[in-house]
Structures are given as C-alpha cells and as structure tokens.
Ligand binder design. Structure first.
Ligand SMILES: Cc1cc2nc3c(=O)[nH]c(=O)nc-3n(C[C@H](O)[C@H](O)[C@H](O)COP(=O)(O)OP(=O)(O)OC[C@H]3O[C@@H](n4cnc5c(N)ncnc54)[C@H](O)[C@@H]3O)c2cc1C
Length: 464
C-alpha cells in the first residue's frame, strides 16, 4: 500500500489528505503537524462567553469548493447577517464612510470627488493597454479607474484580504480574475456583469434558481468546526506533535524519508508539503537549494488580532454591518475592525459586543511586537474615535501572527512557475498551501483538492 505524507495540518494539508482518501482509497495517508491541534491559522477560542476567531473570520462561497466540503462533512453552516453583507465602511478623514454597494452608491458616495466618480464610472470605455510585464494592484486600478479609486477601493480590498500594500502586490497573482476580465471583456465593470450573467445561465442550465450574491459563512461554534471535522474524518492519520525538519530522496523502495526532531524519521512514497512556505524552504534545503531559495523568498506580513469586548451600553453606535477598513496609506493604528457579534450570532454574551481589530500589516509590522496592554490601548483609542465607545473594554484577547499572510508581490507568478519547474524534477514531491495560488480559505480548499488529484494520478502512474 503506497504511503503519502502530508506535512502541515492546516486547512490546505487537511483538505489534501481528506480528498486523497477519496481519490486514492488504496493509499495510506498521514498528516504530520507540530502543534497539539490541527487547523493551522483556523482557530476559535471561547473566553467568558466571547467567541474569538484567532485567524480567519469566515469563508466566502465564491466557488462551490468550501460549501461542497462543508456539506460532505455534515456541518451546518450559518450565513453572515444580511446587514454585514451590505454595510461595509472605510474610516477616512476621521469618519466612517459606507462603501458603495452598486452604481447608485457610486454616484452618491462621499469617498470620491466628482472627478474620481467620473473616472470610475467611465471605466468600461477606457482604452489603456496593459504594460508588458507584471503590474501592481495599484497601477492596474489607477490605469483602469483613476487614482482615487486606487487609493480608496484598491487599498480597502488589499488591506481587507491580504493586509498588504497595493503598490507592491501583483494584480495577476492577488486578483487573477481582474486582468482576465480586462483581456476578455475590455473592462472590469463589463467583466463583472458578464460573469454574473454566465453564472445565471449556468444555474438555469442545471435547473437551479438564479444564484444570489456571494455570502460569507461560518458555524455557530466558530470556524474551527470545519478543520475539527476534517481532522476527525481523518482520525489517526493526523499525527500531532511531529515537526518535519528535513527531507531526503532515497533510492530504496520508498522514495522519501522525512526527518523530525530528535532524529525521528518516517518514509513515504509521496510527500506533500502544506506547511508555510518559509518552513517548506527549510525542509527542502538539502533536497534542492535552488528550489528552497525560491520558496523561501515568498514574503509574509505580520498581523496581530486584537479582540475587544464591550458592554452594549458603552457602545451607542452599533451598526448592523461587517466593519471598517482604515486604508494602509492612512497609516493608522488598525488595518481594520470586524464587528464580529453583528456578523455572526453567539459571538458575545447577552448585552455585550465583540469587535476584532487587525493590526500591523506590511507598513506597521513593528506593532505586532507591542505588548498586549499597548495593543489593547491603541485599538480602544481607535474605537473611541471611529465608533464613539464610552466605557473601557470588559474583555481582551490578543493573538499574534508573526508570519501571517503570504504576500504575492510583483513577479510572484514567475516565481511560482520556476518553483513548479524545479519541483517537477523530484518525482513524488508536491507543494501546497496558501503561499502559491490564493490566500483565502476557498483557495486553500480548491488548491488542496487539485494537489490531491495530482498525487492520486502520480500514485496510479507509478503504481507503487
Ligand atoms: C489573521 C488572519 C485572518 C484571516 N482571515 C481570513 C478570512 O476571514 N477569510 C479567509 O478566507 N481567509 C482568511 N485568512 C487566510 C486563511 O486563514 C489562510 O490562508 C489559510 O487558513 C491557510 O491555510 P494553510 O493550511 O495553507 O496554512 P496554515 O494555516 O498556516 O497551516 C500550516 C500548518 O503547517 C504546520 N507546520 C508549520 N511548520 C511545520 C513543520 N515544520 N512540519 C509540519 N507542519 C508544520 C503549522 O503548524 C500549520 O498547522 C486569514 C489569515 C490570517 C492569518
């Protein structure tokens, strides 16, 4: 029976292992995870009735990948509140300003000047050929829709998803659909309309009702329900307390030997590295230093999650919404705030709210080293300003992510292509995880499924 070792028990690694059990039922699979609990970035904690998401806050149903997995696992997801879908804000000029939800909102928004609105609304007719090479998110949006749209909307998008800098991130890697829309529809706005029409047509062909707008989802007990269910379905295949430190390609029957701490070793016919890319680089050093250097060059940002609980009485302003972004170019003490208890139920005890700030990012990375008191004070001061809170927080939880989200900087796609070419030289070696082709949970599940299919194909071809 062939054996596959999956290194890293985050959402990516767990998905690879779960799908492998379906795609290659004859193979034995193990997931090697150093921590006590699998799940990686996904983690939910409950303290005094406050349910805190330490990492991601929810997943989007942008593609069927996560909804299908959730259904297969028999989980009961909950959708984010209607208000949180419609009401998202930007903190600019000392005020919360609503992000426009459609063309009418664009006409009336106070986020853009008249000139900014004109430049954005005339995007479908703009003829600005893309430059030859990779383009930053900021340059792309400026070219298509004007500098104000780039400063407000591109920054909000990149801050909200990547905690990154739109001037540094590659549009083709961070938002691959946008350049495709420009190429195929001649415009982003037209591209979105065409994509919506296509989704409707495909649903009609399948005899399904027209798809609604994209939604964010979680579970009553928190997002960890998903990784817990994946891990439970894998049972003893998940081996916690095992950190892989290096790999060796062996000429004997099994292709690979994985070394852990204290000379612990395991062998496998195929290896999937699904740990963070800087860990993959360290593990690959002896196998292929050039590959290790490419993988290790993918940068990460640093983020601290600061969750604060307040009495409702102390929060006169409790909008029915998702939260707000403070664009990175404003260099405030928070990147954004999510109003967790208005997005999903059961996030705070009765009479209280739970709000969570993301702090740090690429421009304020040093904040992650602040102690809990300093972080708590800074976020409370921001919330006094933006939300008008009157009393002190009654609850605080700080979670630090010294390497939080991989940054797909200019040249990322070329780097991934070089990595893929180098990996192809090592039979039975596969790379997965959020460092390559998407950082959202939906991307991790999609990519994890794709990698599992390739591993199954490999096992079949080599018939080990
Ligand atoms: C603060 C924050 C907020 C986010 N918010 C959202 C959100 O709201 N929605 C969304 O869709 N996405 C969000 N994301 C992104 C998403 O959570 C991640 O991209 C995704 O969970 C990554 O999963 P992964 O399995 O690829 O990596 P990880 O979760 O990093 O898992 C990697 C695993 O590898 C293990 N490992 C490390 N070293 C070794 C080793 N030497 N040997 C073996 N195993 C090792 C780790 O312990 C870990 O369990 C957020 C991320 C962060 C940090």
């Amino acid at each position: 029976m062939p054996h596959v070792a999956v290194v890293g028990g985050g959402l990516s690694g767990l998905t690879v292992a779960y799908r492998l059990k379906q795609f290659a039922p004859d193979a034995s699979v193990s997931v090697l995870e150093p921590r006590e609990r699998p799940g990686g970035n996904v983690g939910t904690e409950v303290h005094r009735g406050f349910r805190v998401e330490c990492g991601p806050n929810g997943y989007l149903d942008r593609t069927p990948a996560v909804p299908d997995l959730v259904r297969e696992l028999g989980l009961d997801p909950i959708a984010a509140s209607e208000g949180s879908r419609k009401n998202r804000f930007v903190f600019l000029g000392g005020k919360l300003r609503k992000l426009p939800g459609g063309p009418f909102g664009l006409l009336t928004t106070s986020l853009l000047s008249l000139r900014g609105k004109w430049q954005l609304l005339t995007e479908p007719w703009r003829k600005t050929p893309p430059p030859g090479g990779d383009e930053s998110v900021r340059d792309f949006v400026t070219r298509r829709a004007g500098v104000e749209a780039a400063d407000v909307f591109a920054d909000a998008l990149v801050t909200g998803i990547h905690g990154g800098d739109p001037a540094l991130l590659s549009v083709a890697s961070a938002f691959p659909r946008l350049p495709v829309m420009e190429r195929e529809a001649g415009s982003i706005v037209r591209g979105f309309f065409r994509a919506a029409k296509k989704r409707k047509r495909e649903a009609a062909e399948r005899g399904e009702p027209p798809p609604g707008p994209m939604k964010m989802w979680s579970f009553r007990d928190g997002l960890q329900a998903l990784t817990d269910a994946l891990a439970a379905s894998l049972g003893a295949a998940v081996k916690c307390g095992f950190a892989v430190r290096s790999l060796a390609e062996s000429a004997s029957v099994s292709q690979w030997v994985l070394y852990g701490d204290h000379a612990k070793a395991r062998s496998a016919d195929a290896v999937v590295l699904a740990c963070p890319s800087y860990e993959q680089a360290a593990i690959l050093e002896e196998v292929n230093p050039e590959l290790a250097a490419e993988v290790g060059a993918i940068p990460y940002n640093r983020i601290a999650v600061v969750a604060l609980g307040y009495r409702e009485l102390d929060c006169p302003n409790r909008p029915d919404g998702f939260g707000y972004i403070a664009p990175q170019n404003t260099r405030r003490d928070v990147l954004g705030v999510q109003w967790c208890s208005s997005i999903f139920p059961d996030r705070a005890p009765p009479g209280c709210v739970l709000w969570r700030a993301l702090v740090g990012g690429v421009h304020r990375a040093e904040q992650v080293d602040w102690d809990d008191d300093k972080l708590g004070r800074a976020v409370h001061a921001e919330l006094k300003l933006a939300m008008g809170v009157k009393g002190d927080p009654i609850f605080r939880r700080v979670v630090r992510w010294p390497a939080a989200i991989p940054q797909y900087v200019i040249g990322h796609a070329d780097r991934v292509a070089r990595i893929e070419a180098l990996v192809a030289r090592h039979s039975g070696l596969f790379l997965a995880g959020n460092a390559y082709k998407g950082v959202a949970m939906a991307d991790c599940v999609e990519q994890g499924t794709a990698v599992a299919a390739r591993v199954a194909q490999y096992l079949q071809n080599t018939a080990v």
